[in-house]
Design a protein around this ligand. Structure first.
Ligand SMILES: *[C@@H]1O[C@H](CO)[C@@H](O)[C@H](O)[C@H]1NC(C)=O
Ligand SMILES: *[C@@H]1O[C@H](CO)[C@@H](O)[C@H](O)[C@H]1NC(C)=O
Ligand SMILES: *[C@@H]1O[C@H](CO)[C@@H](O)[C@H](O)[C@H]1NC(C)=O
Length: 512
């Protein structure tokens, strides 16, 4: 069972492109499954996603302080090829607000917002080449995350939207997410960003994949800060993941409260959270396997979305984790319940779930608490074809089921599918790498299933492909390419792949 390894890989995100769809007629062939802008409801948003640490570069420059990832990647043999993200795909030097974009103010797009946003926070950050790509490929808006440690290089307690890159100083001072002190620190940082940028930024997320922050950072130690039972950095896998998750939930809710009380009425923005979700299909239709699949969903997305919707953890978690599971006070539960305007769901793959049979109930880890066996095939038939990464089975119907499950289990929330995509090997070369037919088919089939879930009643307002650019892929370093645009890591040159052209075609609008 290699979920300890595999769970690290569906933890992505934070730089996200938005494409605002205008729904003018365009031709989409049958080969595109009838997909086009007008196949989706008015106001639907399309985009791509990435994260600050994965794409920015200038890691220790431009006034940025170190994050926990800067320290983590320097531990020998941690990242494939001992790679760092000091330069990565150097977005820092590929952003520039060009005057013709800046002045196109009659075209009110989030792309312009993004441009102003970045040029104001990241003084030297310029946006040029990548804006050209967005425009050329019919993207006209951009959603993004902010590097907390670039804005506040010291431990000044102003916190903000978060993508794995905790300021190192907060980890050293009080173990970051393990301390309740982080709640106000994060809310203060977010408050700063709302105050300063909220007039222009109308779409916010508090966290990307808090489950991965807690599970990979504190259960198996595969992500920074690399804590677990027996890990060199210290840790305790039976309790720390739950404490970290609890503080993440409280930080999220406290931030939501600030936004709603101080800013939302005037700024009229929306705010939510980004949750990773693998679809878990019962291995057999036995009562035990069905229960195992339900437990897996509870421990995965339910860990966060259940409290955010209902004010308490899922029953199955309470029963299994018992006193190791922190409790919300009455007041906290009130703050947590209902604390999102929309929920981002990051969805890539699906697995079968089998009951683990008789289990030792001695606490071992968050993952062991699931009491399940992961299965990737039935009678030798894989759940779907593999992408480059061994964990990424291509299962389009899993997206349909995941979205429908969220709709049915959590009171039909407003959903954004916030990440979806697949990878090619890191050593794939030009020009073959640009012929990414499998990826084109991946997007076609997943987006078709998304449409089906919407037709069946899910309230989905946006879709983001992971990712615009090939980039630094956490533990995998530069050995996995998720981009619809190829990047030559030697000189950071960009080359759109066929999948980028496919989006361009699907998203084209009549010019006026
Ligand atoms: C990573 O660094 C360690 C320590 O310097 C070295 O032993 C190892 O060979 C390096 N691995 C690669 C793939 O370069
Ligand atoms: C982990 O924490 C639990 C609960 O406090 C404790 O019983 C256990 O001994 C700790 N394990 C380790 C390895 O420190
Ligand atoms: C890419 O790397 C894989 C795994 O290390 C190797 O098997 C394959 O031959 C490489 N391909 C190329 C084109 O170098």
């Amino acid at each position: 069972m290699d979920f300890q390894i595999s769970q690290s890989f569906f933890c992505f995100s934070s730089f996200v492109f938005f494409l605002l769809l205008s729904f003018e007629p365009s031709q989409a062939s049958n080969a595109d499954h009838g997909l086009s802008r007008e196949a989706f409801p008015e106001g639907f948003v399309f985009g791509t996603a990435a994260s600050a640490y994965q794409v920015e570069g200038m890691a220790l420059k431009g006034g940025r302080g170190p994050s926990i990832w800067d320290a983590f990647v320097r531990i020998p043999n941690t990242i494939a090829g001992n790679a760092t993200a000091d330069v990565t795909v150097d977005e820092y030097h590929h952003y520039k607000c060009r005057s013709n974009i800046k002045t196109a103010s009659n075209h009110k797009s989030d792309l312009i917002t993004f441009c102003f946003f970045f040029s104001s926070i990241y003084d030297q950050m310029i946006m040029q080449e990548d804006v050209d790509i967005m425009k050329d490929f019919n993207f006209d808006a951009y959603r993004f995350s902010i590097s907390w440690s670039r804005i506040f290089p010291s431990i000044t307690p102003y916190a903000n939207l978060y993508h794995y890159d905790l300021p190192l100083a907060l980890n050293e001072e009080y173990l970051g997410w393990l301390s309740p002190k982080i709640v106000d620190a994060f809310a203060d940082y977010a408050d700063f960003c709302f105050e300063r940028f909220g007039d222009r930024v109308k779409n916010w997320f508090t966290f990307n994949e808090p489950r991965c922050i807690a599970a990979l950072g504190y259960d198996d130690g595969l992500h920074a800060p690399g804590r677990c039972t027996g890990c060199q950095a210290g840790g305790n896998s039976t309790i720390e993941p739950y404490i970290a998750a609890h503080n993440l939930i409280l930080s999220h809710a406290a931030t939501m409260k600030r936004y709603r009380e101080k800013y939302q009425k005037e700024q009229k923005g929306m705010i939510g959270i980004l949750l990773d979700f693998v679809w878990y299909e019962p291995y057999t239709y036995s009562v035990q396997d069905k229960a195992a699949a339900q437990r897996a969903r509870d421990f995965h997305i339910g860990w966060f979305l259940h409290p955010l919707t209902y004010g308490h953890y899922p029953k199955s978690m309470q029963v299994i984790v018992k006193e190791r599971l922190p409790k919300f006070t009455k007041e906290q539960a009130k703050m947590v319940k209902g604390s999102y305007d929309y929920v981002g769901v990051n969805q890539y793959t699906s697995y079968y779930m089998k009951d683990a049979g008789v289990v030792d109930t001695k606490p071992v880890s968050y993952q062991a608490d699931w009491h399940v066996d992961f299965k990737y095939d039935r009678d030798g038939v894989p759940i779907g074809p593999l992408a480059n990464s061994y964990w990424l089975y291509i299962v389009p119907w899993g997206l349909y089921k995941a979205v429908t499950y969220v709709k049915e289990t959590y009171r039909n929330p407003v959903i954004i599918v916030a990440e979806n995509g697949m990878d090619q090997p890191g050593n794939a070369t030009l020009p073959e790498v640009l012929q990414d037919t499998t990826r084109v088919n991946y997007f076609k089939s997943y987006i078709t299933n998304l449409k089906r879930a919407m037709d069946d009643g899910a309230t989905v307002i946006g879709y983001f492909a992971w990712s615009l650019l090939d980039n630094f892929e956490w533990r995998l370093g530069y050995t996995a390419r998720f981009g619809i645009v190829y990047v030559d890591f030697k000189n950071e040159k960009r080359f759109p792949k066929n999948s980028a052209y496919w989006f361009k075609k699907i998203l084209q609008r009549k010019s006026n």
